[in-house]
Design a protein around this ligand. Sequence first.
Ligand code: 5GP
Length: 173
Amino acid sequence: MVTGKPFLNAEQIQIRVRELASKISEEYQGKEILAVGILKGAFMFFSDIVRHIQAPMSIDFITASSYLKAQTSGEITIHCDIRADVEDKHVLLIEDIVDTGLTLQYIRNMLSAKKPASIKICAFLDKKARRRADIEIDYVGFEIPDKFVVGYGLDYDNKFRNLPYISIFKEST
Ligand code: 5GP
């Protein structure tokens, strides 16, 4: 079940998305971005943020998973790989949430091997307390405590992704 009032409401989210987009637009001046969304969780954040980034851009997606319901398996599976040519591109990885960091570390290493001009990471949420991988996040929407959250693209058992806000999730007993 989803508990109480939203942890982050739709308005707070949209304000922060625009702030991040404007920082990214400034820092990528004169460069073309290859924005890579990590599905499925990042679909809503991705579509919101790219429409506010003012820079030439192409887009692509990677579908990855590491969670089974509310538990990380620690094992990353890539279900659908990027199709774009990464060599010499300025890659901006767009992720819903960084927890252990293992997913992003895996994907960043995989893409680094393809010789991009640069790789940066933009994550909507950061659960720093649970980090296991040594990975730098360049743009963070919100730092959150160690709670399992749903909504705004994030799921429990593939549900709740359509909520326009973030809520804390509790399994009902
Ligand atoms: P990591 O590899 O950083 O441990 O996990 C990243 C992935 O785990 C995210 O892309 C997301 O799919 C899932 N994840 C981590 N924490 C949460 C959470 O609080 N809620 C939901 N719905 N998914 C999470």
